[in-house]
Design a protein around this ligand. Sequence first.
Ligand code: ATP
Ligand code: MG
Length: 722
Amino acid sequence: MSVIGIDFGNESCYIAVAKAGGIETITNDYSLRGTPSCVAFSPKNRILGVAAKNQMVTNMKNTVFGFKRLLGRKYSDPHVQKELKHFPFKVEQRTDGGIGIRVNYLGEDNVFSPEQITAMLFTKLKDVAATALQTQVNDCVISVPSYFTNAERNALLDAATIAGLNVLRLMNETSATALAYGIYKQDLPAPEEKPRNVVFVDFGHSSLQVAACAFNKGKLRVLATSTDPFCGGRDIDMALAEYFCQDFMTRYKLDARKNQRAFLRLLQEVEKIKKQMSANSTRLPLNIECFMEERDVTGEMQRPQMEQICTETFNRVERTLRGILHNAKLRPEDINSVEIVGGSTRIPAVKNLIEQVFGKQASTTLNQDEAVSRGCALQCAMLSPAVRVREFNVTDAQPYAVRLAWDAARGEDGDMEVFPAFHAAPFSKMLTFYRKEPFSVSAYYSDQVPYPDSFIGQWNIRDVQATAEGESQKVKLKVRVNIHGIVTVASASLVEKKQDSSQNENVEMENSNENAQGTQDAPMETNGGSQEQQQQQNGPDNQEVREDEMKGEPQQKQSWTQRVGQWFSGENNDDKKDKSKDKSKKVLVKTIELPIDARTHGYAQHDLNSYMEQEGKMQAQDRQEKERADARNALEEYVYELRGKLSEGEVLHDFVAEDQRQRLVNQLDALEQWLYDEGEDQNRQVYSDKLGELRTEGEPIKQRRLEFELRPGALDDYALAI
Ligand code: ATP
Ligand code: MG
């Protein structure tokens, strides 16, 4: 069982594996470490990764890229509408408002969702890993931008499910980087000492992410993040391409904006020149042959000019860098080092901005391309029993404030902030409601999120009834930011409490709730090794911590304060009363798990099942096509090999009668012709039958030669012959 980490980048993906000896990056079928996030379709199969990118310009309409940005979004989303302008492939609105990517596959029109396309890429990555490791791969940790909202995270999980991956954690990209940094640092301050603050800057293809982390021996805590989801290396490419479009318009009267293929080629060329400019400050040429209307174009660019063209992008970078100081409440002098990763941090202007903002040079301790995947592999190893690695605790931060609203019984309504921005995650909080009937709560982001709506989910708590005396019941909701950074109502339970004078030890003390641990008094606890920090009411001893977290909610509506608030401040007293009245009496608590109907983002199970089935069929088709191509190649190879060896002066020439040799060579010539003709596209069996027939003629000849060589005295004959 292997343990892998996947950096799912907007431009390329990296896979790392955790082994007993350390973390390794897995190379793909082209012996490359990075696999382009590219999925293409042909009349016969899907083309994934490197091969897809290689044929992009010639199969533009059926080569899909940039889909990480579309996950979990609706077609009408303004952000999606903006992205569409850059896609040469067709994107349309599905009946449910979702995004459909229309491609020609197997000679027919097919519409796939961004989740499905992502799943196809994951299928490839899974395959690359399985081939390299010679074992089945399921468990993984996948990276996700820290600014991804619930909808996007759920979509990514759905994509992984479709691809048959078991995601142990969706890990924020900058947190994965921080882990990859921390685990090898031998000199971190002791736990009780002042932590070492390190800022991580990841400037990739489509976004910029900055995180400030506090390190102590064996642990890290994400203090805050600052991100610009709409600022990346591709914006520089786009600005440069625009510049050259203008330039070609003036000098050649060619409008590349009107020609998608030309524009795509231009984008590829400006990306190259952009990379060269990072290492080279001289004037660099740009040449594209047969660009448009059968004309070649040339241009040139120098670094200062590029910086001027991309001023807007660099301004955004600066703003985001400064943002981390504000969000993490750090001054530059509080920061020990600024570590950079991501392809676009190679740009000198970005390094200069870092120096300007933080007053220190950017450090390149980490592998810029592989740090995220390595961090994910480390995290995967920590979460999986398969490989043992040194423990390193990661406390992440939930970047957006989350509010819970409820539509209470009898016209009450309420609203409270459950998690302020940058609250530690994963984390659970218990909220208590007093209710006589079923009720619902909904969660939403109260901060600005890079998503068109702030809705997170709605949960209907069923089976709530009044007590026999007609009183309200106490219902506890566990609101959680889970290990994937997804906000959810994890459980609802009805709590019945009564004093027991009989001291019946058989009665369950506290409760059937999955997370309750009797009357354990540790305020924070680890749940089943999942690193999830629980904060919950486990009896009076825990009250203080929970109150700490919950107090000061000025937004609480009156009715709620009376009801729930009373419980927060009051229950402790109740319990004390219970205790003080008669210490020998036990408080019996019975907890009943309540059914919840949830309405959140992500696919319904039956949709997931059908997508999984579809993915399975496509994989079978790809396998079949590969076998077919392999059979054709095997036949072709045999034809060339045999014909070569039968020719004048070659090894098999003298081991077959001349007339038979001639007939065979003619047959081989005909076969070669056939392979490029009607034999181009036959099914596997046809090739293997032909190969079989051919071998019945060819193998005996080879055999005769072998026997000749092995017979005693063969060497003497050979000596005589010369
Ligand atoms: P994201 O993190 O945005 O999802 P990603 O992880 O695929 O995307 P990276 O691989 O970190 O992105 O970076 C790719 C970007 O870095 C591309 O825009 C690429 O052009 C740019 N890049 C790579 N090398 C250089 C370089 N030497 N100089 C400038 N830019 C570079
Ligand atoms: Mg990246």
